[in-house]
Design a protein around this ligand. Structure first.
Ligand code: SF4
Length: 333
């Protein structure tokens, strides 16, 4: 690991000023569960690390605001997973956090950092001798002709097919959550759905955030649709692993016929970014939520999937995952 300067501001304004002063090459750090890993592997080598964990007020989970749940960027994954409002109104969000990591990691990692975790592609994290456009732009992509069992079937490009590895962002995308950020240019808000970029020709650019931009808060609309929701994750080991396929779904059903008046479907483990399946959602509206209707929607969610040599199984598995998630959400309605 290369030497780096370590700074510890006490307020947001101070953090933003330090970041501005130490660009380029400075990085924010909180739980450190992603950045330190990547620094040890030599993938990241910041000249300055700005530790934001002492900043007051960014750990709160606040349900007092009208119409939305506000989650500070430094809130721990474990605290959000166990929060009573999250458990009651957004069970899929709680489940996405429970299933995302071991208890030790959930007790350290923050939700802001969790949003920005980087791919688990073995070539990206492996030896520099492997071609990887995300690690070294223009060097190629070893996964396209190599081992690609865990890679994306949706949203890939000729330059990169790495899966976005997170769980929580998938649930937040389903709930139309927003992120609030600050930078030397001021504050802004954007939908979680628009935070991550598809790789296109520039896979090293993973989000729309500027390098000096700090996530300070996540806001989740309390529209009511989250109560009948589920996060279903299929992985190689049930104890703890990244998703082969996952689905965050929510439904609102009306009447004895269980007709769908609102549906949300977001996919994880299969796409280069948290993937919202809007066409599949629309296909459910006005229909009774039967298993056949759920499966038809699930198949639509994977329309246009482009399997690679080793990951064709993800399409069939993903369809089952979405179908089961929808049936589970129905049971909770
Ligand atoms: Fe790198 Fe993306 Fe190819 Fe993996 S899939 S080797 S991260 S360019």
């Amino acid at each position: 690991m290369r030497d780096f300067a370590y700074l510890r501001p006490f307020g947001i304004d101070e953090a933003v000023q330090l970041m501005s002063k130490h660009q380029p090459g400075a990085r924010y750090i909180a739980g450190g569960t992603t950045l330190f890993d990547l620094m040890k592997l030599g993938v990241e080598a910041p000249s300055t690390v700005i530790d934001i964990t002492r900043i007051e007020g960014l750990r709160d989970i606040d349900a007092s605001a009208r119409g939305e749940l506000r989650i500070g960027a430094l809130a721990l994954m474990s605290d959000v997973a166990e929060d009573p409002v999250v458990l009651r109104e957004f069970p899929a969000l709680s489940e996405s956090l429970w299933k995302a990591a071991s208890q030790q990691l959930r007790n350290m990692a923050t939700v802001g950092g969790n949003l920005l975790q980087r791919t688990r592609c073995a070539y990206f994290r492996g030896s520099p001798e492997f071609a990887c456009n995300k690690r070294v732009p223009g060097s190629g992509c070893a996964a396209l002709g190599g081992q690609n069992r865990g890679h994306a079937v949706l949203g890939g490009s000729d330059a990169c097919v790495a899966v976005y590895p997170g769980d929580m962002a998938v649930a937040l995308a389903a709930f139309d959550a927003m992120v609030d950020t600050v930078s030397p240019r001021g504050a802004r808000s954007l939908p979680v759905r628009e935070l991550h970029r598809a790789p296109g020709a520039t896979p090293h650019l993973e989000t729309v955030l500027a390098s000096d931009e700090l996530i300070v808060r996540i806001r989740v609309p309390r529209s009511g649709v989250g109560r009948a929701s589920s996060y279903h994750k299929v992985r190689d080991r049930e104890s703890y692993a990244f998703a082969l396929t996952s689905a965050a779904v929510a439904v609102h059903l009306q009447g004895q016929g269980h007709r769908v008046t609102d549906a949300r479907i977001a996919l994880g483990g299969v796409a280069t970014r948290p993937w919202r399946a809007l066409q599949a959602e629309r296909s459910l509206l006005g229909k009774p939520l039967t298993r056949a209707a759920a499966r038809q929607a699930a198949e639509l969610a994977f329309e246009g999937a482009v399997p690679l040599e080793h990951n064709g199984f993800k399409v069939a598995l993903g369809i089952e995952t979405v179908t089961d998630a929808l049936m589970l959400a129905k049971e909770r309605s």
